[in-house]
Design a protein around this ligand. Structure first.
Ligand SMILES: [Fe+2]
Length: 184
């Protein structure tokens, strides 16, 4: 099966709830992508937002992770899969979106707005960054995109919002693949 079909199939069949939230992972990612679109983001960033939690589809029962105090490292699992098929502009911000939360949480106003499950997972993910970690993070090429992704990620957790269908994004997903893999 072709990777884009596998991804679309994940969205259509996985009805797992997003960790501790009242929304499915699929709808959460669609909402995140829609926010990026609304803010006139690049196609790469929209695609990155759309696929950012795909690692949760691969990890079994992600909703149980927080209740069992486990960090599934979903950003790395997603990145490892996607980097084989997608441009770095898509895959790299996904790898960094947890680091972005750890960085942004230095600001109390950001931390206070995180949902409760997100505050719990922050601890499991290493907690708020120290100055050295922050410096390293902000020097990374895709830091800015990761911070934008994170902003839309945090905003994309509203229950009962009407979202687009994953099929509406098929062309966009195809356009972001490396070496014209998408034109097959
Ligand atoms: Fe997310």
């Amino acid at each position: 099966m072709y990777i884009v079909d596998i991804i679309i199939n994940y969205f259509q069949t996985n009805k797992e709830l997003y960790i501790g939230e009242k929304i499915t992972i699929s709808d959460h990612m669609l909402q995140t992508a829609m926010l990026a679109e609304k803010n006139h983001s690049s196609k790469s960033l929209i695609c990155s937002c759309l696929l950012h939690d795909i690692g949760h589809f691969i990890i079994e029962k992600p909703d149980l992770l927080v209740s069992n105090s486990l960090d599934g490292k979903h950003e790395e699992i997603g990145f490892k899969l996607l980097k084989n098929y997608f441009k770095p502009e898509v895959a790299e911000p996904i790898k960094l979106h947890v680091q972005a939360k750890r960085y942004l949480s230095k600001k109390k106003s950001y931390y206070d707005l995180l949902s409760n499950p997100s505050k719990i997972s922050l601890k499991l993910q290493g907690g708020i960054m120290n100055d050295e970690e922050s410096q390293k993070f902000t020097s990374l090429k895709f830091c800015r995109d990761a911070l934008m992704l994170r902003k839309y990620d945090d905003g994309g957790k509203i229950p009962n919002v009407k979202v687009k269908k994953i099929d509406d994004y098929r062309d966009l997903i195809n356009s972001q693949m490396i070496n014209n893999l998408g034109s097959r």
